[in-house]
Each structure stands twice: as structure tokens, then as C-alpha cells.
Design a protein around this ligand. Structure first.
Ligand SMILES: NC(=O)c1ccc[n+]([C@@H]2O[C@H](COP(=O)([O-])OP(=O)(O)OC[C@H]3O[C@@H](n4cnc5c(N)ncnc54)[C@H](OP(=O)(O)O)[C@@H]3O)[C@@H](O)[C@H]2O)c1
Length: 251
């Protein structure tokens, strides 16, 4: 009962914020999103990680109904006191992803996974499993966090560092291509340099569609942009780079 009221209040807050355009203020620079004022059922893979937890907080804070896919061993400390559901599994095991995706009817999937082991194919395997079961279970939107250096953005990546990253980027490209081929409306958000300035530092992250762009962005900025893309028509079937021009670029 208390939980239901809490969710209703947040939903009302979301509707009000959207009505006044607060959630889309300066969020997507060359893609003006048109969000729908509705709470979505969203599953976040990697939601216990540094980026994922910020995304989970942003989505939940805006009134969405969030499920976080975690391993039994995942540290959930970043999500303490956040009103979310958890489902356990290992994303490299397809049956675990299938079970999670079939557990309820999700509207949106967010992939904010980071590779925790030495498996160079991690992003190919995880991206393929997620895309396949998002498509098979009627998900409406798939938001994938990826890296500058993948696909057409290869030329934007510092050439001296590219050889060391090549296998990782190949795996991420397989994950991106699986999302694109899934039949689900996809949004790919690539980052180049992740920097996390102290709390309170203004952030000005924006999405650009120039795949030659290279710059820094904060996880907080990525979380806000992810929220802004939920249901946004201008984020549909797009590949973006996330850039915050106010952060120094480290090449
Ligand atoms: N360009 C840059 O400067 C830069 C720097 C860092 C990261 N990145 C990119 O940013 C993204 C997110 O990075 P991050 O720093 O937020 O990563 P992170 O803190 O390491 O989080 C990774 C998340 O993925 C989960 N995960 C890993 N293996 C899994 C598995 N087999 N099954 C289920 N969940 C699994 C982790 O859960 P566990 O707790 O169970 O491991 C964790 O929640 C990645 O794409 C990464 O490549 C970019």
C-alpha cells in the first residue's frame, strides 16, 4: 500500500515535470526528444555498476518501474534505499537472460554492462543475448551504452591506443549490430572518456550524431541522457556519441 502510494506520487511528479518540459531541458542537443508522460517497466543490465546505478537512480527517481539484473555476487550497495526490483542471473548465460526477460512484460531494456572479467567476447555475448530476448518478448526500446571506437567511430579513436582496444571494440560492435538487428527500436549511446567530477559540478552532457566526435562525459550526464531518451521519438534507431564540452578531454 505504502509502496503503491509512493509510486503513484512519483508518477504524478513525472507527469508534472514532463508537462513543464523539465526532463528534456537541454538534454539531447541535436535530437529533441519528445517523451511520453508514462511510467515504463524498465530492466537495467549492469544496474549495480558505476554507470548503471546512476541510470537506475535517474529512472526510478523519474517514476519508472525499474528492475535491476544482478549476479548473486553483485555488490548492491550503490542501490541501497532505491525502490527497485532485483532479478538474479549471469548475462553470459542465455537461459538467465531469457528467464529475466520473460519474468514480466518490459517496455524498455537498458544495457549499462561493464566487463568484469577477462572475457574479450563479453560484450558480444551479452549484447546478443539481450537483443535476442528483447526482440522475442516484445520490448519497445533498447538503449545500449557502447564505446567510441566501435564501427564508424573507429577513426575518432586515438590511433596509438586502437590496437590494444581492437578486440573489445569488435565485441562491442557485435553487440551493437545485434541491437540494430533485433527489430526493437534501438538507441546506442557511445562514450569515449568517462570522467566523474565532484558532486555538484554542473554537467552539460549532450548527444551528437557525428560519429567522428570524441570527448569526455560523466556517468551522471549519461544517466540523464538515458532518461531523456526513454520514449523519445528522436532517439529511435539512432547511434549517438555523448559529449560534455565542459569536461577536459584526455586522449
Ligand atoms: N571510456 C571510458 O573511459 C570508460 C571507462 C570505464 C568504463 N567504460 C564503459 O562504460 C560502461 C560501464 O562502465 P562502469 O564503469 O559503469 O562498469 P562497472 O562499474 O564495472 O559495472 C559493470 C556492471 O556490469 C555487471 N556485470 C559484469 N559482468 C556481468 C555478468 N556476467 N552478468 C551480469 N552482470 C554483469 C557488473 O555486475 P557485478 O558487480 O556482478 O560485476 C556491474 O553491475 C562499459 O561499457 C565500459 O566499457 C568506459
Amino acid at each position: 500500500m505504502v509502496k503503491t502510494m509512493f509510486r503513484s506520487t512519483r508518477r504524478a511528479a513525472l507527469t508534472t515535470m514532463l508537462a513543464f518540459g523539465l526532463l528534456v531541458h537541454a538534454t539531447v542537443s541535436d535530437a529533441a526528444p519528445t517523451p511520453v508522460a508514462a511510467s515504463r517497466k524498465i530492466i537495467v543490465f549492469g544496474g549495480s555498476g558505476q554507470l548503471g546505478a546512476q541510470i537506475v537512480r535517474a529512472l526510478q527517481g523519474a517514476g519508472h518501474d525499474v528492475t535491476v539484473f544482478v549476479r548473486p555476487t553483485s555488490d548492491r550497495d550503490r542501490l541501497t534505499k532505491v525502490d527497485v526490483h532485483f532479478i538474479e542471473g549471469d548475462v553470459t548465460i542465455e537461459a538467465d537472460v531469457r528467464r529475466a526477460m520473460q519474468s514480466t512484460r518490459f517496455d524498455v531494456v537498458v544495457d549499462a554492462l561493464g566487463r568484469s572479467g577477462a572475457d574479450v567476447d563479453f560484450f558480444a555475448t551479452s549484447g546478443t543475448h539481450i537483443a535476442k530476448w528483447a526482440g522475442a518478448t516484445g520490448v519497445k526500446q533498447l538503449i545500449l551504452h557502447s564505446s567510441v571506437g566501435v564501427g564508424l567511430s573507429k577513426d575518432a579513436y586515438p590511433p596509438e591506443r586502437y590496437p590494444a582496444m581492437r578486440r573489445l571494440f569488435v565485441a562491442k560492435e557485435i553487440g551493437e549490430n545485434a541491437a540494430i538487428a533485433s527489430g526493437v527500436s534501438y538507441t546506442i549511446i557511445r562514450n569515449a572518456v568517462l570522467r566523474d567530477p565532484p558532486e555538484g559540478t554542473p554537467e552539460n552532457a549532450r548527444l551528437v550524431s557525428d560519429q567522428k566526435s570524441y570527448g569526455s562525459v560523466s556517468r551522471r550526464g549519461l544517466a540523464r541522457l538515458t532518461l531523456a531518451c526513454i520514449d523519445a521519438a528522436d532517439c529511435r534507431n539512432r547511434v549517438f556519441h555523448a559529449i560534455d564540452d565542459t569536461l577536459p578531454v584526455l586522449r
